[in-house]
Design a protein around this ligand. Structure first.
Ligand code: ADP
Ligand code: MG
Length: 381
């Protein structure tokens, strides 16, 4: 819903003038399952975003309505406990702000969003960052953008209970039009890298499936990575995370590891290198090589990290047969969700039509296709 209509709906519902804060979803171009290993990622912010209209209340209540979920909840700031429903993303941000030493006063909030939910495009970071900025505005609180990224991650880790890295929240606040963002997840140093928007399209294909094992497998992968680091410390005592191991070092040490830990570590170590190499290719305007790194990333996630699924593999396999497709890979945590495809601009239409038809014919599922535009990060509208 455009911000003007959101404002009108808010005034009708709450009888007060709101301020509106929006934050985008994201797609990660390359660098998957590297963020929680202190490694590198390369996401861009989407034009699809979540908007939160807000006005203050003085009774320490949060009255929050989501137009997307079509649900309204009321929670007291005096009893902020996770409830295991969608409102935890909002309440979690309130909890983090108060934990940081800034008491809130209460708020009416109305949320609209066109970020696909649960599709691997981080509607969760979008709602966290937009709600956080909105809540902060009710007490005149201003913090720097890196703090927002960390606060969003803290809400998701410690309140929602999802042990994610910092990438999603970071790009949701730092995105820039026509740019992707290279992020070092250890130092939070980042660099905005221009994308040649006139030559290419970033096309997202939502498989429309989400397999339940996602959360438990995610935690297993994290443990396997930590295990690998512990075992490789006998050769490299100074390493703290897989980020500290180069591919060369890994191949010298892999005999210390058994499967599946060996394969999991191989994915992360080679994926970090692929991020660095692919950005170099992009800076040399070598889109073909960039696409090949995307392909290699998918194959590694499928074969070594084992977080793909048959629908994601099918979507990728179809894409790779189509003209103008330079690279195709799953994006996000895996076990469903979306693929991201690098497609030459002149093939956009044919690509979208063909992948839709082919995926539907094989699976009976109508996929959602988003031709996304690299967009700006969170802001007040
Ligand atoms: P993703 O981040 O890939 O979209 P997640 O499972 O991490 O998937 O987050 C999706 C969840 O976030 C939804 O199921 C819902 O609970 C919550 N959420 C996101 N956006 C909204 C919204 N606009 N309104 C209500 N809940 C939302
Ligand atoms: Mg999420």
């Amino acid at each position: 819903m455009p911000c003007r209509s959101l404002k009108k709906t808010f005034v009708n519902l709450f009888d007060s003038e709101p301020r509106i804060f929006c934050a985008p979803g994201r797609v990660n171009l390359i660098g998957e399952h590297t963020d929680y290993n202190d490694g590198y990622v390369f996401p861009m912010a989407l034009a699809e975003k979540t908007c939160v209209a807000i006005s203050p209340r003085n009774d320490r209540k949060l009255v929050v309505q989501s137009l997307r979920i079509d649900d309204k909840i009321e929670r007291s700031l005096n009893e902020l406990e996770p409830r295991k429903d969608w409102s935890d993303y909002v309440a979690g941000m309130a909890w983090v702000i108060e934990q940081a030493g800034y008491p809130l006063i209460g708020a009416n909030m109305l949320i609209s969003s066109n970020v696909p939910l649960g599709a691997g495009l981080s509607s969760s970071a979008a709602i966290e960052i937009s709600s956080g900025l909105a809540l902060a505005s009710t007490i005149g609180l201003q913090v720097d953008s890196k703090t927002w990224a960390k606060w969003g991650q803290k809400a998701e880790n410690q309140f929602v209970g999802m042990n994610c890295g910092v990438m999603d929240q970071f790009i949701s606040i730092h995105g820039k039009e026509n740019h992707a963002l290279f992020l070092d997840c250890r130092t939070l140093d980042y660099q905005l890298v221009p994308l040649p928007a006139d030559q290419i399209r970033i096309i997202i294909c939502n498989t429309m499936v989400k397999h339940e094992l996602g959360a438990s497998e995610y935690n297993t992968r994290r443990k396997e990575c930590e295990n690998g680091v512990e075992l490789m410390k006998s050769m490299y005592p100074d390493i703290k995370a897989l980020r500290d191991v180069s591919p060369e070092q890994f191949y010298k040490a892999e005999h210390l590891l058994d499967d599946p830990v060996k394969k999991r570590c191989r994915h992360v170590v080679t994926e970090d290198q692929r991020v660095l190499d692919s950005i170099q290719a992009l800076q040399q305007h070598d889109l073909k090589t960039f696409g090949q790194f995307m392909n290699a990333s998918h194959d590694s996630l499928r074969d070594d990290y084992k977080v793909s699924c048959k629908e994601l593999d099918l979507m990728v396999d179809i894409a790779r047969t189509l003209d103008g497709c330079l690279g195709a890979r799953m994006t996000g945590g895996g076990f469903g969700g979306s693929t991201v495809n690098l497609v030459l601009e002149e093939f956009e239409r044919d690509f979208v039509a063909a992948i839709k038809e082919s995926y539907q014919t094989t699976t009976g599922i109508d996929p959602q296709i988003v031709v996304s535009v690299p967009s700006a990060g969170a802001k007040e509208c």
